[in-house]
Unconditional design. Structure first.
Length: 473
């Protein structure tokens, strides 16, 4: 009799917690017991939810810290957005930070993307968050057909829809449909394209506390083109560093907190991932920051140039190198004052006869040089215009470049105007955009009358037409 009474009491106490649980658990919630090896990301996949949805519902401050045996409340009715299939790496992000964002371990994310070195992810890299081989739970978007949070790519000169689609792991058809592009061949520089299936990153940036933001445009650098790095500090700092073994120059906006670094990617830079190494100094303290960026080829063609009679001696490497060395010493100078604003204007009212970047042979010889500027086939004596405001730092008759003018536009930006018949400005003159500075001619190493226009960014010649189509101020 005593034994039966004791057993009744024990059973009664065993039933009380279960009864209370049954009363407290809403109809639209189920309970999941965490198993060994599970992460919140995998659990979210199982139920077709986001990591944030489960973390918020359970009041989890750290979604990466769940324990075996822990009971999680799983809402069975939710309209929260699904976990994206892919993630595009932004400046300042680390693999660890991205993994935490999606409730994954760094090892899981690295394995899913076949990343051997977790420190070698780069800006613009597309990471798979959800494996295509894994069955997709209901409600989770696993294909890139529909835009998530509108990750936007700005079309660069020379881009094609195929190249953009390939870079971000989507099909040309999906990219065209997402942007209502009826003719894939008709896209233009500066056009904004939504990359379907890519979600804008959230709180994964591991920046030094002194910085509030870091942006790189474009995310994928192109050989022979210009890129802009924009940093925002919360207090006055100075920034120095290197990229591709060249020192970079830091320019500060009027607010004293916004820093802009203009980078010229030298032609013939091999495609690959390169570190942008920065030192941020404030008072006696300094912080190191390294950002991996990807450089891709520019796809420039080749051409043969037949020189005018009597100009072959200008192919002498000694003559050429001496002149180039003199110009390099000018273009390497950095003026902290910025004279330019907005896109540059064209330097001549004429058609382009030879674009930047083409590899060249002269008189059917070996392909041993490349075109460092853009040629305009203007009539002899037609006017040459300053492409932007600045100060004249060279006005002289040179051997290879003929009658030449160089204008300093500030912030390490220079433009050069070669082969002129007449020069109308002198060293020290301040010129304005559109001002006539000379006339088109055929002086120097030429095949005929034309204007050769160059643009240098911190000692590196780059495609000047990019500066006509795009603003870097």
């Amino acid at each position: 009799m005593k034994t039966r009474f004791i057993l009744s009491i024990v059973c009664l106490f065993c039933l009380i917690p279960l009864t209370l649980l049954a009363q407290e658990q809403p109809d639209n919630v189920t309970i999941h017991v965490v198993q060994r090896g599970e992460t919140l990301f995998r659990i979210a996949q199982q139920y077709g939810l986001t990591v944030d949805a489960i973390a918020t519902f359970n009041g989890l401050a750290d979604p990466t810290n769940i324990q075996v045996g822990q009971r999680l409340l799983i809402p069975t009715e939710t309209t929260t957005p699904a976990t994206p299939a892919r993630h595009v790496v932004k400046p300042g992000e680390t693999l660890r930070g991205i993994a935490q964002l999606y409730g994954m371990t760094t090892e899981e994310l690295a394995s899913l993307n076949a990343i051997a070195d977790v420190n070698r992810i780069f800006v613009g890299q597309v990471l798979t968050i959800m494996s295509d081989a894994t069955p997709t739970p209901p409600g989770v978007q696993a294909t890139p057909e529909i835009p998530a949070n509108d990750f936007v790519y700005i079309v660069q000169p020379g881009d094609t829809l195929y190249r953009i689609a390939t870079s971000y792991g989507v099909t040309v058809n999906a990219l065209a449909q997402a942007n209502s592009v009826t003719d894939p061949t008709l896209i233009f520089a500066g056009q904004k394209l939504i990359i379907p299936g890519l979600e804008a990153p959230q709180l994964t940036v591991d920046l030094p506390p002194i910085l509030s933001s870091l942006e790189i445009n474009p995310l994928m650098l192109v050989e022979g083109k210009t890129a802009q790095v924009r940093l925002k500090a919360i207090a006055p700092v100075s920034i120095s560093g290197t990229f591709l073994n060249r020192a970079i120059h830091d320019s500060v906006e009027a607010d004293g907190l916004t820093h802009i670094i203009l980078v010229g990617v030298p032609i013939f830079t091999e495609s690959g991932v390169y570190p942008l190494d920065l030192t941020i100094s404030s008072g006696n303290a300094s912080t190191q920051l390294s950002v991996n960026v990807q450089v891709v080829g520019g796809g420039y063609g080749t051409e043969n140039i037949t020189l005018l009679a009597g100009r072959n001696d200008l192919l002498d490497p000694n003559v050429e190198n001496a002149e180039l060395s003199m110009l390099q010493s000018i273009m390497d100078q950095f003026t902290p004052t910025r004279y330019f604003a907005g896109p540059m204007s064209l330097p001549a009212a004429a058609g382009v006869s030879s674009p930047f970047g083409r590899k060249r042979s002269y008189n059917n010889g070996p392909i041993s040089r490349y075109h460092t500027g853009t040629d305009f086939a203007g009539a002899p004596g037609s006017p040459i215009f300053a492409a932007a405001p600045g100060v004249v730092v060279l006005s002289d008759a040179l051997n290879v470049r003929g009658n030449a003018i160089v204008i300093d536009h500030g912030w390490g930006i220079y433009t050069g105007y070669w082969h002129q018949t007449e020069r109308y400005v002198n060293v020290g003159d301040v010129v304005q955009m559109g001002q006539v500075i000379g006339t088109i001619g055929a002086t120097g190493r030429v095949s005929g009358p034309h204007l050769h226009w160059e643009l240098w960014v911190n000692g590196v010649p780059v495609d000047p037409m990019q500066w006509v189509q795009q603003s870097f101020s």
